[in-house]
Design a protein around this ligand. Sequence first.
Ligand SMILES: [Zn+2]
Length: 101
Amino acid sequence: MPLYDYRCEVCSQPFQARHGFNDPTPACPHCGQAAVQRLIVKAPSIAGGMLTNAGDSRHASKEQLKDKWAEETPKLRKKLVDKLGEDTVSKYAPTLGSGNE
Ligand SMILES: [Zn+2]
């Protein structure tokens, strides 16, 4: 059964109660009042921070990848040209061509 977060509207004490989805709202364990408010658990701030960080790192790594790509592409292309010849590289790896993409 899911665990729900509540806050008593009478004594303002937060509490948790485990019950079924269709079961009635439990009474406050502190003062016994039934006037309790279920707290909707939104994405916790921790998760939000993680998401933000993940977004940032994705952005950073993409930029880093781009830099790395720009740095490595001419070398890679030269290796391939040495090995396979200019025509083959131009034909099969046209994206390695300009290096400005
Ligand atoms: Zn209470």
